[in-house]
Write a protein that binds this ligand. Structure first.
Ligand SMILES: O=C(O)CCC(=O)C(=O)O
Ligand SMILES: [Fe+2]
Length: 335
């Protein structure tokens, strides 16, 4: 695998796409053009930058990620307060890195659009006020907007592999959302070269939609690992979209799930906000019908998502970058 930083991932302009349109379908040529670009990018690199300037108003983005916004107010709380947001699942709740020299912290919120979820978090963080209403409103409004983009890209991918509207609805019912807000403290002058904020990994999700404050740091491998790494400079109206391992399975290996990592430099703390779509815990994950045929034999066996996640968190697998292959690959078929 190459480690040079000369890669680039595509930038796709979503202008002219109406996120509110139910299902534009093939009759809409703009939709078809953007869908083809999305699918090409996901097959070639597993990611792209989506430019969509009317999805999230600048004020809402600032209320979420800028100085004094929801992310900063959450992480500014004392460590013992943040630690109240626990969950028995290792990938949910508040987590702070135990790796020396890598002071990463994150809140992972399951089903962020369910009415009680964000108020519960706010109530734990600010028990005296019972939760700050502007925090809840910002979190909800922001997540709702980004979820529109996530659902739209997922629909484009499924349409591209021949899934009809009815089955797209069925797939949506087996999908859940998770919001992750992370803080990467600035390394300061000593870290001029950059410091690893999060080691290289692939996401287990279908899709991950990332936004950040104005501090870049995400690096993504390009060309399925053959074309170096990209460090996209995200504009304020961009969203970084990555495919995860579950989308790779759904599309029978057509879509790639790229390695990515965070490297931070400079004097400004980085905040990122990622909306993940995942299979529900009780879902069985398998390639969609249209993705398997005589020319494309099944690359993965069907499996239960909960079993897969349990496998990912075993000591042997935790650092394996190719977990889905280890768990579910059909012998002799290339993904
Ligand atoms: O915060 C970021 O930029 C990326 C984090 C990430 O890759 C993850 O949480 O899975
Ligand atoms: Fe990730």
């Amino acid at each position: 695998m190459s480690n040079d930083m000369n890669g680039t991932i595509p930038k796709i302009d979503f202008a002219g796409i109406d996120p509110a349109a139910a299902s534009p379908g093939d009759g809409d040529s703009r939709w078809a053009t953007v869908r083809a670009a999305v699918m090409d990018a996901l097959m070639e690199h597993g990611g792209f930058e989506a430019v969509m300037d009317d999805l999230v108003a600048p004020e809402l983005r600032a209320a979420m990620l800028a100085t004094g916004g929801a992310a900063e107010s959450l992480f500014s709380l004392p460590p013992t307060t943040k630690a109240r947001y626990t969950n028995e699942k290792p990938y949910l709740g508040y987590v702070s890195s135990s790796i020396p020299g890598m002071p990463y912290e994150t809140f992972s919120v399951m089903d962020p659009l369910s009415p009680d979820v964000v108020p519960t978090l706010a109530g734990l963080m600010w028990p005296d006020t019972g939760g700050d209403s502007s925090f809840c409103e910002t979190m909800h409004a922001y997540t709702e907007r980004v979820a529109v983009l996530e659902a739209m890209v997922r629909r484009m991918v499924l349409e591209s592999v021949g899934v009809n509207a009815e089955h797209i609805e069925e797939q949506a019912k087996t999908t859940s959302l998770r919001l992750r807000i992370s803080r990467y403290p600035a390394p300061g002058g000593a870290g001029a070269e950059g410091r690893v904020g999060l080691p290289a990994h692939r996401d287990t999700s279908f899709l991950s939609v990332l936004t950040q404050n104005d501090v870049d740091g995400l690096e993504v491998e390009c060309g399925r690992g053959d074309d170096g790494w990209a460090r996209p400079a995200l504009s304020p109206c961009s969203f970084l979209i990555l495919a995860g391992d579950m989308l790779k399975v759904l599309t029978n290996g057509r879509v790639y799930s790229p390695l990515h990592r965070v490297v931070i430099a400079g004097d400004k703390t980085r905040y990122s906000c990622i909306l993940f779509s995942n299979p529900k815990d009780d879902a069985v994950v398998r390639a969609v019908d249209g993705a398997v045929d005589a020319q494309h034999p099944a690359v993965y066996k069907a499996f239960g998502y909960a079993e897969y996640i349990a496998f990912c968190f075993t000591r042997e697998q935790y650092r394996n970058p190719n977990k889905v292959e280890a768990f579910a690959a059909v012998a002799g078929v290339e993904g």
